[in-house]
Ligand binder design. Structure first.
Ligand code: PHE
Length: 338
């Protein structure tokens, strides 16, 4: 029995030495220590031993079992160590590689200009209000003193949705909505999208306006001028020239279009300003008494001014963009420049 045990010791240790995978190691464990294993088998003979032999063989078998199981453990340890090193080697990263930059979004030039316009008017005490893009023809035209035969109502300009319902052609109908539910004083600006049947390099069927309305007692044209001068200087810089040019709008009287000195040629005359030295940026005027009557204000008692500007046009001028359509193509190469 002693010889058998010694033989198992030699063979097992040698075999374990050769093992290359955890699976074959497990097979070896079964081969020696399983229920029908070689070591187990030999130990079954213990019962037949004499009293003197038993402790001797017992001691030896314990020693051998321990030695072999220690060897198993060592090999497992070695495997694990190896696995870890292997993993580390595989996961090697090259820290000298340049990082990958994330694309950071940017605010659209029109949004930038819109925000700036709002900041400027908020600074002068105006409140920001919005209104619907689908509007009653009545608010878009009639209540703004635009009679049925006015050319602005022509099918060429206006998108009709249904009988009496249009896509608003300007932000002015919000004047009516606000005055109908608020008593003066009123001091609001109204940013929003408007729609007209138009399409070329400076006109699109959808564009952005900001409306302004101030109503109180004794509001004068010079206050309108003061507010718009201040706006133009904050928007385009202190050296900008502003001029008021008489004009006609059905809902203001008197009315004026407002020009600024050309940003591109210093008023010398260039293609952008059509060689006039001036750029038109908005329409304005004192609120027509007929409009006040539509919202049940007493024209004898209140006065006010209104203005409306094209945001897209201002953005084009400010950033020197010559084709409005670029603004809506969502090309990152375009957006990145502003
Ligand atoms: N609503 C006018 C337009 O779209 C602009 C405007 C607004 C003019 C308010 C006068 C007063 O052209």
């Amino acid at each position: 029995m002693q010889d058998q045990l010694e033989q198992i010791r030699t063979e097992a240790l040698a075999e374990i030495q050769e093992v290359e995978t955890l699976e074959t190691l497990e097979q070896l464990r079964i081969k020696y220590f399983g229920r029908k294993g070689l070591f187990t088998d030999v130990m079954k003979g213990m019962g037949k031993l004499s009293k003197e032999q038993k402790p001797v063989i017992g001691k030896l078998s314990n020693e051998i079992r321990l030695e072999i199981t220690n060897k198993f453990d060592q090999v497992i340890e070695k495997f694990n160590q190896h696995k870890h090193e292997h993993k580390l080697a595989e996961e090697t990263i090259d820290i000298t590689l340049p990082g990958r930059r994330r694309q950071i979004g940017r605010r659209h030039p029109i949004t930038q200009v819109l925000d700036q316009i709002q900041m400027i008017f908020k600074g002068m005490g105006f409140e920001v209000v919005e209104g619907p893009e689908i509007e009653l023809e009545f608010y878009n035209f009639d209540a703004l003193n635009t009679p049925k035969d006015h050319p602005a109502r022509d099918l060429q300009d206006t998108f009709y949705i249904d009988e009496g319902i249009v896509l608003r052609t300007h932000t002015s109908p919000v004047q009516i909505r606000v005055m109908k539910k608020t008593a003066p004083p009123i001091r609001i600006i109204v940013p929003g999208k408007v729609y007209r049947r138009d399409y070329d390099i400076t006109h699109l069927p959808m564009f952005n306006q900001v409306e302004g309305l101030l109503v109180d007692h004794h509001v004068t044209f010079s206050e309108l001028k003061g507010v718009l001068y201040s706006f133009a200087r904050q928007m385009f810089g202190d050296t900008i020239q502003v001029r008021f040019r008489p004009h006609f709008f059905p809902f203001t009287e008197p009315s004026a279009e407002v020009d600024i000195s050309c940003l591109f040629c210093d008023s010398k005359g260039c293609r952008v300003c059509s060689h006039t030295g001036w750029l038109e940026i908005l329409g304005s005027g004192l609120v027509d008494p007929n409009v006040f009557e539509h919202v049940n204000y007493d024209p004898e008692n209140v006065t006010g001014f209104a203005f409306g500007m094209g945001v897209d046009r201002i953005a084009m001028l400010k950033f020197g963009i010559t084709d409005l359509r670029l603004m809506f193509e969502n090309d990152m190469r375009f957006a990145k420049q502003f």
